[in-house]
Design a binder for this molecule. Structure first.
Ligand code: G4P
Ligand code: NA
Ligand code: NA
Length: 194
């Protein structure tokens, strides 16, 4: 997605060979106009998939997920990372290990909002090792719902998540795929146009 790649080039900061900081539009301040374009792009890629719910993980997934859901005309659910006291019963839960943060979160979604009738689009801000998508997919399986695919704003193509998910047959739609952050330079992977 051209506007997203341009924004990443203008405002992204390479923190190391594996971490890209995008606090100015995605992870701290949010650019609502760009977020709307991102939501519209996800919605158009999954327009004929019969989506009934968009599911994401708090917190940075919520903005792109909400704008995709707005365009698809369906609700958005965000899985919680900390179990809320008022939600303690009737939860689907999964363990998500973060290689980046070296910590495990138990993510949860109330049984009230996901059922076997649902066809779910997963949305997340970053795809690194794929563990968030796998945990959310486990929640979908517990609900007996079905997964249409995962929409990712920025995929780090040099990490294993994209390959892992696609090998499991999960459809992954990434709006920008970064092939390298070496030498402080952001390089995108672009699909060959044939
Ligand atoms: P994975 O789900 O693909 O396995 O990713 P991982 O556990 O490695 O990522 C942990 C957190 O770090 C996630 O945010 C993820 O979005 C974020 N992250 C991973 N790589 C990058 C990167 O290069 N740049 C930035 N800015 N973030 C990265 P989170 O803990 O869920 O936090 P939140 O932002 O959603 O609150
Ligand atoms: Na994040
Ligand atoms: Na995230």
């Amino acid at each position: 997605m051209e506007q997203l790649e341009q924004k990443i080039l203008r405002e992204g900061r390479v923190l190391s060979e594996s971490v890209l900081k995008v606090d100015s539009f995605l992870n701290h301040q949010i650019d609502p106009q760009l977020m709307q374009q991102i939501g519209d792009e996800f919605a158009s890629r999954f327009a004929s998939d019969g989506i009934t719910k968009v599911l994401t993980l708090e917190s940075s997934g919520i903005a792109p997920a909400t704008l995709a859901a707005l365009r698809l005309g369906v609700p958005v659910i965000f899985a919680r990372k900390k179990t809320s006291l008022t939600l303690a019963n009737g939860l689907y839960t999964a363990e998500v290990y973060s290689y980046t943060k070296k910590e495990t979160n138990t993510i949860s979604v109330s049984k009230d909002y996901l059922s076997h009738d649902d066809r779910v689009l997963l949305i997340d801000d970053f795809l690194a090792n794929g563990q968030a998508v796998l945990g959310l997919n486990e929640v979908i399986n517990q609900a007996g719902a079905s997964l249409a695919g995962a929409g990712v704003v920025i995929e780090k193509g040099f990490q294993d998540g994209g390959k892992l998910l696609r090998e499991q047959g999960i459809r992954v739609e990434s709006l920008a795929i970064i092939s390298s952050l070496q030498n402080k330079t952001i390089t995108f992977h672009r699909e060959e146009v044939t």
